[in-house]
Write a protein that binds this ligand. Structure first.
Ligand SMILES: [Fe+2]
Length: 189
């Protein structure tokens, strides 16, 4: 598409976010299913419902602009989701897998926070007040989700570090391993 103005860039960035959110809608149920902790499962399921809201807010923004949300694939989100899938596929200690899922989810949130911060600022500059307000609401929810994940990580990362008496795949007791070693194991490093 033509990119000769900030308005063109605004629409392009919105399309990228729309693609990112649609991809995330498919990924979150898989992450919830893979989570061991009930609180983490609930967190992913809550964010799935919020993400449905994010998609419909973006559709409202596109309506206001008279533009189509389609036509761009967010490659960054595709990559982030692939990395999340690698964690899901790992044969890992459940607490370590949860720690890895949180890490993957926070990367997604930070990507979205960057994206929504940018389009909210463009909307203000371009005087699209309704769009700016809708995008700010989503930006706030992404920020809250990131904080919730950090709070969950405080417990889950500690659980991942605690001795649990299980034998790791390399034969050592997992209680002897540091969290770094466990996470490296979980992601296949
Ligand atoms: Fe979102």
């Amino acid at each position: 598409m033509q990119m000769n103005s900030l308005e063109d860039l605004f629409v392009t960035e919105l399309k990228d976010l729309y693609s990112a959110e649609k991809q995330l809608l498919k990924a979150l149920p898989k992450m919830a299913k893979a989570a061991n902790s009930k609180s983490l499962q609930n967190g992913f399921n809550k964010h799935l419902r919020q993400t449905e809201g994010h998609v419909s807010r973006l559709e409202k923004v596109f309506d206001e602009l008279g533009a189509s949300p389609r036509g761009k694939k967010c490659q960054a989100m595709e990559g982030l989701i692939e990395e999340g899938q690698e964690i899901i596929d790992e044969d890992a200690d459940p607490n370590v897998k949860d720690a890895g899922l949180i890490a993957a989810a926070q990367k997604v949130e930070h990507y979205e926070i960057a994206g929504y911060g940018t389009v909210r600022t463009y909307a203000n500059l371009l005087n699209h007040k309704r769009a700016a307000s809708l995008l700010q609401q989503t930006l706030d929810e992404e920020g809250e989700t990131d904080k919730t994940l950090s709070q969950l990580a405080e417990h889950i990362n500690v659980s991942a570090e605690q001795p649990n008496g299980k034998t790791a795949r390399n034969g050592r007791r997992s209680s002897e391993k540091s969290i770094t070693a466990k996470v490296k194991d979980a992601v296949g490093l």
